[in-house]
Design a protein around this ligand. Sequence first.
Ligand code: TYC
Length: 113
Amino acid sequence: MATIPATLADRKTGDDRESAVITKTRPKTQRPPMYKVLLLNDDYTPMEFVVHILERFFGMSHAQAFEIMLTVHKKGLAVVGVFSFEVAETKVAQVMDFSRRHQHPLQCTMEKE
Ligand code: TYC
């Protein structure tokens, strides 16, 4: 079988060109960080309003939205979605604006995953 000519370095180290180990490394492709959007409980925002928020801005079904709303009510907070920075920021702004316009104190925040 025809072999690839050995380089000077190969000859020095005794490396066999046919069984040489491929050592080329892949450059690390780092994915952008993701952000959790959190909904916080309070004593004043009506339950139906929170359910509406989850349906409207997070695309949840009524049943899903009701379940998450109850989790927030009982536990104090819940993650309602995980998004890129820009999308998370937009969701938080939408929830905060909509809540203020309806004069509810509902709080929505984001944190790095
Ligand atoms: N605790 C509120 C109430 O009893 C309901 C509520 C649920 C408020 C979730 C905020 O993120 C929230 N009316």
